[in-house]
Design a protein around this ligand. Structure first.
Ligand SMILES: [Zn+2]
Length: 364
């Protein structure tokens, strides 16, 4: 398994304030760093370099994308707007919580190019599984809009590159938030299947009009949205994979699986409330590795640095199909709601199955 990295991803700085919002209210003594910070990516790198999984990994250097490559997914007008905003002066807010500054444009190019380089390694047969450890994240970025910390849609770029080569591509997104940007890019297409498992959160403003509901099915029913209830837990997420998404993916038979990999669904993440644990991410990784021969992953959310890094480590253990966990989870002690209230998960999953295209619906 190969990990793709580029130093320029650390240059993007969304500033500080009240969590993700610019400015500090009078009741807060010191501003907090924006959650999507370089520190989190450094911690993720450290976990994979120094954790027990390290001997299994090969590190590769990423590269900067070209404008033409970005334009395979985004409108040229949007890219020009984005580049101008990054040029400042100072920091510019593209929506309430999506901020760019002087280092953002090199980071955007590095995140996109490094993801494309990871995809190239898989498509050329140099590795089965490649993980682009990049930021800023991308899955909320739409064809013509930034959104939710995301500027350019790295997962969509990888999927588009493979689709342009004539491959059948599926995108699986397990960030706690709906992968609305990827949905937007491929909504009218039948050659790319997009599936997102996320917390039920709905639309959140002018840059995020998609709700992530199951009835947003896209052309040919090739967009699958699984909304899980607040605090659903590991068992719910794995049921969503086993009972809904993986059966649909098996019927779609993609040549390449692109994963938008977020850890903000963890029980300890300040930006999400799905109550997954490191063990859940390990099982997600195992299922992905068992399903797909060729996998490209790109880093999305995950904002409690330490626990998100543990979840990344566990996911990678699963992707490697290691027989036993290599790290203890010192924090996972919460009850799993999906085991206490399985009927709630059943209802969430039934809502998706009723909207699913007949040729993708699981055979019973
Ligand atoms: Zn997220």
């Amino acid at each position: 398994m190969e990990i793709f990295w580029h130093e320029d991803c650390l240059e993007h700085d969304a500033g500080e304030g009240l969590w993700e919002l610019a400015g500090t209210p009078e009741w807060l003594d010191e501003p907090e760093r924006h959650p999507e910070s370089a520190a989190r990516l450094r911690t993720f790198r450290h976990a994979l370099r120094h954790g027990p999984v390290a001997p299994h990994l090969t590190w590769r250097e990423g590269r900067a994308a070209t404008l033409d490559e970005l334009a395979t997914v985004h409108s040229v007008e949007y890219l020009e707007r984005l580049r101008e905003a990054c040029a400042g002066p100072g920091r510019v807010a593209l929506d309430a919580n999506t901020v760019v500054g002087p280092g953002s444009w090199p980071a955007v190019l590095a995140a996109a190019g490094t993801t494309l380089e990871a995809a190239r390694a898989v498509l050329d047969g140099r590795t089965r599984v490649a993980y682009a450890l990049v930021r800023p994240p991308g899955h909320h970025a739409q064809r013509a809009s930034a959104d939710g910390y995301c500027l350019v849609n790295n997962a969509a770029l990888a999927a588009q590159a493979a689709a342009s080569a004539g491959l059948r591509v599926a995108v699986l997104d397990w960030d706690v938030h709906h992968g609305n940007g990827t949905q937007d890019v491929f909504f009218d297409r039948t050659d790319v299947l997009t599936a997102s498992i996320h917390m039920r959160h709905g639309a959140w403003g002018p840059n995020h009009r998609q709700t992530g509901a199951p009835d947003e099915v896209g052309a040919g029913g090739r967009n699958i949205n699984v909304e899980l209830s607040l605090g659903a837990g590991d068992a719910a997420h794995l049921r969503a994979l086993d009972e809904v998404v993986l059966p649909a993916l098996r019927r779609f038979r993609p040549d390449l699986l692109v994963c938008a990999s977020g850890f903000d669904g963890s029980a300890f993440d300040p930006n999400g409330r799905l109550s997954l644990t490191a063990s859940g991410y390990r099982e997600i990784g195992r299922r992905v590795a068992e399903f797909a021969d060729r996998v490209v992953l790109t880093q999305e959310g995950g904002y409690l640095r330490g626990y998100a890094a543990l979840c990344l480590h566990a996911l990678v253990e699963g992707l490697l199909r290691l027989p036993e966990p290599l790290l203890e989870d010192p924090l996972a002690y919460l009850p799993d709601d999906s085991e206490i209230n399985p009927e709630r998960t059943t209802a969430d999953l039934a809502a998706v199955l009723t909207t699913m295209s007949g040729d993708l619906r699981p055979l019973v």
